[in-house]
Design a protein around this ligand. Sequence first.
Ligand code: BV8
Length: 251
Amino acid sequence: MMETDFRNANIVVLTGAGISAASGLSTFRDQGGLWEKYPVEDIASPEGYQRDPELVESFYNARRAQLDASNVAPNAAHFALAKLEQEHQGRLLLVTQNVDDLHERAGSNQVLHMHGELRKACCPVTMQPFFMEQPFSAENVCQCCEKPQRLRPNIVWFGEMPIGMGEIEQALTECDLFISIGTSGTVYPAAGFIRLAKAFGAEAIDINLEPSYSSPFNIFMQGCATQQVPRMVESILSGEPIESTAEEALI
Ligand code: BV8
């Protein structure tokens, strides 16, 4: 159990695909996940995009279309984090590995998408991101270069530098509480955030269905994010102790 009163704490939250699972968006590595159908190197690397831009465009066009499906909406976990942003007295940095817009649609205003955003495109030369409605295709070119370039998804692929790393690392060294929600902890540098936060004295909570990378965390709240995240947010806002829901706290 953590008895610290976090009502004025500096908090960093990291979310992964698991927070959006209950909203109907596939995760990557779970059964039936996004990467079961396509090898990662083909659709999540610059080399794969160079080799077959149509394949990669179809992968991201399908995911963009899914965001507009009537059955895809923010869930209780997204809304709880938006409430935390509204009511928390201390600093809060919400970092997401997700490229969907469910945090924003739940009311979170400050969201750092370290792996990019599905609804944006960027010029491959200037890497300037901007919202784009139409699907990716060879006809969709930039307007910023003399020789118009085929627009690419504004997504951070393997081997590419994640977005906002300076801001994230600064916040991790200053935070009192690091919270990981719905991530397998397999992709770096995100998977290393827990160690940096702990090295600077933060306490840490992991919310997941499985104890994927929970060993360095003080508290493991096992279960669906839609149940565990609202519970955790209420404890933080009320200054109540936060308890592991696994058999024993993981220390
Ligand atoms: C970089 C594109 C440096 C977006 C993605 C150090 C050591 C080893 C390797 C490396 C290293 N440093 C860099 C690397 C290489 C690489 C890497 O980490 N490889 C791994 C595979 C070993 N990292 C990189 O290349 C990164 N770049 O470091 O650049 C650099 C330096 C200088 C100059 C240039 C470059 C770039 C990484 C970004 C890659 N892009 N995807 C997209 O298409 O969406 S990664 C992909 O995995 C997604 O972004 C995703 O967000 C991320 C993590 O996945 P999760 O979100 O965790 O999803 P997953 O399915 O894995 O797990 C879901 C979890 O949810 C599970 O635990 C499940 O139990 C849980 N869950 C399910 N349902 C629920 C739930 N939990 C709660 N409730 C539920 N209902």
